[in-house]
Ligand binder design. Structure first.
Ligand code: NAD
Ligand code: ZN
Length: 353
């Protein structure tokens, strides 16, 4: 069993779950609640059920999907806790992807001014990204993650057992962030990933561990995104906007990770102009990402809309669009200014690949 110790909690990697029951026992909560969505109730709860049964847990089940990540669903969660007389020593286990982790953590943090919670992320994306760094939020009116706070879980429990029920598309979705972590911080990991012929790798546990380590190091240095943490946004300035427009305009919208791959290629291209990334490195990035992700036809997207989304980005300062770029493979920068002309050029570059 591997562990990563952070300042006030641990991330534990294990495919046997005895550790989980021991952790709960040691905490001796007054009650245990497990938050699931329809999919994780069906596929993931059975994996942990025997280990939490002794605590006579109560299940809170909500509908799956980003469209349910809002205050209305939190009300359902809070009502459930109240109806079951949960006090401030109750413990919430968030069993699911990033939606469950973000919203469950948020709901737990507000309930009676905060009860403890454990995150058991069950998608690749939530394991390497959403479950670390303490960002908790729900979507609200104008956009994603607008209402939220920073607060850490008591424990993050990561197991690759949960992948068995993930579709290939969901599985790959998380790999976009794994590639991102390597590109911004570890040439060594990038080289290991580059040699994979399939993402269903035998050493998947190690790949996940190494990827989590990158995020852990970054958020520990800069927990509140004052500087360095911004490198985690590599691929996300253009990626988020492309994702938002694809959700708005397309019958078959891109997944987050797929849009981030588009964003990473565009922002790597920009890095050859505005930073020191070489042409050779750019070609390598395109080749490796292209091995696992298909090229998307972005010509149908309304570019004005994409640009307007970028203007609304939470990360902008004084309405100037900024992105995180690469100085080299394994070394990122941030606060790079992006004007509309360069944005057009980057999208043209992607489109003509
Ligand atoms: N807090 C952060 O730092 C952070 C970072 C990245 C993303 N996020 C958030 O995470 C969310 C995206 O996470 P996600 O991609 O995990 O989305 P998700 O939670 O919606 O999960 C994707 C789908 O997979 C299903 N699912 C989950 N685990 C499964 C399993 N093991 N087997 C079968 N189906 C399973 C879910 O029911 C859902 O339908 C977004 O809301 C995003 O804002 C947060
Ligand atoms: Zn992301």
């Amino acid at each position: 069993m591997k562990r990563i110790a952070l300042k006030d909690y641990e991330i534990v990697f294990a495919n046997e779950l005895d550790f989980l029951s021991q952790f709960i026992k040691d905490k001796s909560p007054s009650a245990v609640f497990v938050l699931v969505d329809a999919n994780t109730e069906k596929y993931c709860l059975p994996v942990i059920e025997n280990h939490i049964k002794p605590f006579n847990y109560k299940k809170i089940s909500i509908a799956a999907g980003e469209e349910n990540k809002h205050l209305g669903t939190c009300e359902i969660i809070w009502k459930n806790l109240l109806d079951n007389h949960a006090d401030r020593k109750a413990l919430m286990i968030n069993l699911g992807g990033g939606v469950i982790g973000d919203m469950g953590g948020f709901a737990a943090s507000c309930y009676k001014r905060g009860i403890d919670f454990i995150n058991i992320p069950t998608t690749v994306l939530s394991q390497v990204d959403a479950s670390i760094g303490g960002k908790l939020a729900v979507d609200f009116k104008y956009g994603k993650n607008l209402i939220g706070l920073f607060r850490n879980p008591g424990l993050v429990f990561i197991s690759t057992e949960f992948y068995q029920s993930l579709s290939e598309r969901e599985y790959k979705n998380g790999f976009a962030e794994i590639f991102k972590h390597a590109l911004i911080r570890s040439k060594e990991q990038w080289e290991k990933l580059s040699s994979l012929s399939s993402l269903y790798a035998e050493n998947i546990d190690k790949i996940i561990f190494d990827s989590v380590m990158v995020k852990k190091e970054v958020v520990e240095i800069d927990p509140f995104e004052k500087g360095l943490r911004k490198i985690l946004n590599f691929g996300h300035t253009i990626g988020h906007a492309v994702e938002a427009v694809s959700i708005e305009e397309s019958k078959a919208p891109l997944f987050h990770g797929e849009a981030v791959v588009v964003g990473m290629i565009c922002e790597a291209f920009l890095s050859t102009k505005q930073s020191t990334l070489t042409q050779r490195e750019l070609t390598e990035i395109i080749e490796i990402l292209g091995k696992h992700f298909t090229k998307y036809d972005i010509s149908l997207f309304d570019r004005e809309k994409v640009w307007n989304y970028m203007l609304m980005d939470k990360k902008n300062e004084a309405s100037i669009v900024q992105y995180a770029g690469l100085n080299a493979i394994g070394e990122a920068n941030y606060n790079q200014v992006l004007d509309k002309e360069a944005f057009q050029e980057a999208l043209d570059f992607y489109q003509n690949l």
